[in-house]
Design a protein. Structure first.
Length: 499
């Protein structure tokens, strides 16, 4: 057997000693080779400078340290194994016991960036640097704390799936118990292939797990579409609009890389746009900062994988505003409240998953943006009712106070019709049934209401497990959407009896 050396840094020595042999054996196993514990030797790169540098100093972002195991075979670098952070850091625990400092690692589920993406740029930077000289070099990943909480939350599952989609194997992913993620198609243990199968599935999962509110959606997919003469819609290109603040840039970088990989596979035209982000609103300071670029390490990573970033400018913001004004004036001239392209992108900007709210179909070409409060109902509603709706606390900011036509009744109706909160994604079949009032959604809990006439046939067509089933998630059922649904139900009850 050739001489195998696992090389680690002194600031990870005690922690990595617990698992390095398992990680190395798994990497070799992935290449069809079985090795024994006795075949693997350990080598430590000392960054302590004669014990004068503490652990955190050795791990400084600007230093040599990297969260990897360098695997050599006969002194030739063969594998890099990137390692996740850990709650149970033996090196920190030992140092703090020695110095008398309070140890918090591993206590009360202490969270210290215990996931893969934070700081992953250094792993990738090392990998790409070395791959320029070693073409056959492989990069693997290995997860720590498998029995603790962090490998099991949805954000980390998303990260693992991104890495797998990019072609990087997580050596011990099959050891993670994914019982709580059976809704995503996972079994308890033994999941090995977790790569995303489609661009749209990745975006749906990202929206499903992202912490977001109506005022701060960190990223969304805008779609530039063309309405064909026959009424069908063709996609011109996608624009991934994102912000860049703090640690979020690492997540954005890996997500963009994964989206680009899937877009190329599916022949989608995809662009990335960094939008301006204002922050620094503090009572103690009147200075407002604006993020205009990615952090250096993330920017470098994206450059190395061939991803170009466009940067939103003040001029482009003005141009977009003028385009919206032009679209509105065209609608007003033709007396047509419906702007389907605006409506669909407002649904996307709301952060709603692009899948049928009834059956869960996520095939993008089969999905349609369905209005809750119908276009004809809004058009025929009295001005008094329109104003009353827009004066509600959750609705009044739909009107742009700086818009030239803010007091125009047609503009008010136009805003209501095309609001992202006035819609859901439905497959073409369930959209048709919705518009024909075979069913409706109740406004408080998102349960489905079904017309009594032809009840059994409707239930079958909707594919429901039970009557009165909840189908609208909280992400869809915002306070605004509840208002729109209440107006929809007013029309629904006029047409039929329901269950």
């Amino acid at each position: 057997m050739k001489k195998i050396i696992a090389e680690i840094y002194s600031c990870n020595k005690l922690t990595y000693k617990l698992f390095y042999k398992d990680a190395v054996k798994r990497a070799y196993k992935d290449n069809g080779i079985d090795v024994l514990d006795s075949d693997i030797l350990l080598r430590v790169i000392d960054l302590s400078e004669g014990d004068t540098k503490l652990i955190q100093q050795q791990r400084a972002a600007s230093g040599e340290h990297c969260r990897v195991i360098n695997v050599y075979e006969d002194e030739q670098l063969k594998f890099l194994i990137g390692v996740s952070n850990t709650n149970y850091d033996e090196d920190m625990r030992f140092e703090r016991a020695k110095t008398g400092r309070k140890n918090t690692y591993g206590e009360n589920n202490y969270h210290a960036n215990t996931y893969m993406i934070q700081g992953i740029n250094k792993i990738f930077s090392r990998y790409f640097d070395l791959k320029e000289q070693i073409q056959n070099l492989k990069l693997y990943f290995y997860l720590l704390d498998l029995d603790q909480s962090y490998p099991h939350n949805k954000f980390n599952l998303f990260s693992y799936r991104e890495l797998s989609t990019l072609g990087f194997t997580i050596l011990n992913i099959n050891e993670v118990n994914f019982n709580e993620f059976r809704e995503y198609g996972f079994k308890g243990k033994g999941n090995s292939n977790i790569a995303y199968s489609s661009f749209n599935k990745l975006m749906n999962d990202k929206l499903a797990i992202s912490a977001r509110n109506s005022g701060n959606i960190p990223a969304y997919l805008q779609c530039l579409e063309i309405e064909n003469p026959d009424g069908t819609i063709s996609t011109e290109k996608y624009i991934y609009r994102f912000k860049s603040l703090g640690a979020q840039t690492y997540d954005s970088g890996i997500t963009m890389w994964t989206l680009e990989t899937l877009a190329k596979r599916e022949n989608k035209n995809l662009e990335f746009l960094l939008t301006l982000e204002h922050y620094g609103f503090r009572k103690s300071s009147d200075k407002i900062k604006i993020t205009k670029d990615l952090t250096g390490p993330v920017k470098k990573l994206l450059e190395r994988v061939g991803i170009n970033i466009n940067y939103e400018t003040d001029e482009e913001i003005l141009q977009e505003r003028n385009r919206r004004l032009s679209a509105f004036e065209k609608a007003k001239k033709s007396n047509d409240l419906r702007n389907q392209l605006l409506f669909r992108n407002n649904l996307r900007a709301k952060g709603m998953q692009m899948k049928c709210a009834v059956c869960g179909c996520d095939i993008e070409n089969l999905l349609e943006a369905a209005h809750l409060w119908g276009v004809s109902q809004i058009k025929d509603e009295s001005g008094n009712i329109i104003n009353k709706v827009l004066r509600l606390d959750c609705m009044h900011d739909l009107i742009d106070p700086d818009f030239n036509y803010k007091d125009d009744m047609f503009y008010k109706r136009y805003v209501l019709v095309n609001s992202g909160d006035n819609g859901v994604w439905l497959c073409s079949n369930h959209h048709t049934m919705f518009d024909k009032n075979y069913y409706c959604f109740e406004s408080k809990f998102g349960r489905i209401l079904i017309r009594k006439e032809d009840y059994d046939a409707i239930i079958k067509q909707l594919g429901l497990e039970s009557p009165n089933q909840r189908v609208l998630d909280d992400e869809i059922l915002t306070s605004r959407t509840q208002v729109f649904l209440e107006k929809r139900i007013e029309e629904f009850v006029k047409t039929c009896q329901y269950v």
